[in-house]
Design a protein around this ligand. Structure first.
Ligand code: GDP
Ligand code: CA
Length: 329
C-alpha cells in the first residue's frame, strides 16, 4: 500500500501519477480538510474534491480544480438573488456539495461520504479525509485573522501572512481508515502540496506524527518549492512570512525528522549537499508536472527513490529485498 499525503492542486497531480502507475486499490490518499467550509448551506471540501475529480479524470485541466466543462447557471441565479459569487462553484460541482451535505446531515462520517462519492465517480484508490471532525484554517494578516477561503479565494492570497492556526484541531483525531492505511504502508509520500496549510494540518491532527514515526515504510516528500518559488499559490509567501527559508532546503528543514528522502527539482540541484547534511537523501529530477506524462514520470521516480531507501535499509539490516508496489502492467 502506498500512502500519499496531499492538499489540493499540487498534491492531486502527483496522486494522479501514482494512481496511473500502481494498482489503484493499493493507493490511499490522505487529504487535507482544514480548507473545508460552509457556503450556501452546503459543506465544501475543496482539497478532497480536487483530488477526487483529478483521480476520476473529470477535473478541469485549465484550473486543476472544479469539473471539466462545468456550467455556471446555479451561481448565476444565486447572483441574481444577491449573493456575491466570490467562490466559483459550477453546476456539477454543486451536486457534489449537495450530496455531501445531505449525507453528512444524515449522520454519516466525512470518511464514509467521501468514499461513497469517489466510488460513484469510479475512483478505485482510497480517498481519506485527514479527520472526520471539522477543522478550519485561520490566517493571521495585518488586516486581522481571516478564515482560509477569505484569505485564499476572496482576497486572492494577497495579504502578507504573519501566522496560521487550525481551529478545532484539538478535537480532531486520525481516522481508523487512515491509521489502517498507514499501518499497511510500504511507502509514504508527501506530495508537493503547501507545507503550511495543506500538509501542516494533516500532521497537526492527533495520531499522524506517531503513526508515521512508527511506520517502517520509507518516507519521501516532493518539494512544492521550485527555484525558490511556489509554482502557483501562496506557499512561498507563507513560508517567508512564517520565517522559513523559501527553498527546497527550507522544505527539507520543515520535514526534518519525518522524511528519509526529498525529491527536488533540477533547478535546485545546488541545494543537494545542504539537504543531505540534514540527514535527508535527495533525488534531483524534473518535478514540474505540466502534463499527464510528467505526473506518471515523477510518480515512477519517486516510488523508485523510496524503493532505493528501503533496499539500502534492508541491506544494512541483512534483510531480503522487498517490492514496494504492485505496478500496473
Ligand atoms: P492547493 O490546496 O490547491 O493550494 O494545492 P496544494 O497545497 O496541494 O499544492 C500547492 C503547491 O503545489 C504549491 O506550492 C505549488 O508550488 C505546488 N505545485 C503545483 N504544481 C506543481 C508541480 O507540478 N510540481 C511541483 N513540484 N509542485 C507543484
Ligand atoms: Ca487547499
Amino acid at each position: 500500500m502506498i500512502v500519499a499525503l496531499a492538499g489540493g492542486v499540487g498534491g492531486a497531480k502527483l496522486a494522479h501519477g501514482l494512481y496511473q502507475l500502481v494498482q489503484p486499490h493499493t493507493l490511499a490518499v490522505i487529504v487535507n480538510t482544514a480548507d473545508d467550509f460552509n457556503l450556501f448551506g452546503l459543506r465544501i471540501s475543496p482539497d478532497a474534491d480536487t483530488v477526487m475529480y483529478t483521480l476520476a479524470g473529470v477535473a478541469n485541466p485549465a484550473t486543476g480544480w472544479g469539473v471539466a466543462g462545468d456550467t455556471w447557471n446555479t451561481l448565476e441565479m444565486l447572483t441574481r438573488y444577491g449573493y456575491e459569487p466570490w467562490f466559483r462553484l459550477g453546476d456539477r460541482d454543486f451536486a457534489t456539495h449537495i450530496a455531501r451535505s445531505e449525507q453528512l446531515g444524515a449522520g454519516r462520517s466525512l470518511t464514509d461520504v467521501t468514499q461513497t462519492l469517489s466510488g460513484a465517480l469510479g475512483v478505485h484508490a482510497q480517498l481519506l479525509p485527514m479527520c472526520d471532525e471539522p477543522v478550519a484554517t485561520q490566517v493571521d494578516t495585518p488586516s486581522g485573522q481571516l478564515p482560509f477561503q477569505d484569505y485564499f479565494v476572496r482576497r486572492h492570497h494577497q495579504d502578507p501572512v504573519t501566522g496560521v492556526s487550525f481551529t478545532g484541531i484539538e478535537n480532531a483525531t486520525m481516522t481508523k481508515a487512515a491509521a489502517a492505511a498507514i499501518e499497511r504502508a510500504t511507502l509514504i509520500i508527501i506530495c508537493p502540496s503547501n507545507p503550511i496549510v495543506s500538509i501542516g494540518p494533516i500532521l497537526a491532527v492527533a495520531g499522524y506524527r506517531d503513526a508515521l514515526g512508527r511506520s517502517k515504510a520509507p518516507k519521501v516528500a516532493v518539494s512544492p518549492i521550485v527555484g525558490g518559488k511556489a509554482l502557483r499559490g501562496p506557499a512561498d509567501q507563507m513560508l517567508a512570512g512564517l520565517g522559513h527559508e523559501v527553498s527546497a532546503f527550507g522544505v527539507a528543514q520543515m520535514y526534518r525528522g519525518l522524511i528519509d528522502g526529498l525529491v527536488i527539482d533540477e533547478a535546485d540541484a545546488d541545494q543537494q549537499a545542504r539537504i543531505s547534511a540534514l540527514g535527508i537523501r535527495v533525488l534531483v529530477t524534473n518535478t514540474v508536472m505540466n502534463d499527464e506524462a510528467d505526473r506518471v514520470q515523477l510518480a515512477r521516480e519517486t516510488v523508485a527513490f523510496g524503493q532505493a531507501q528501503l533496499n539500502a535499509g534492508n541491506q544494512q539490516a541483512g534483510r531480503s529485498q522487498l517490492d514496494i508496489t504492485s505496478q500496473r502492467p
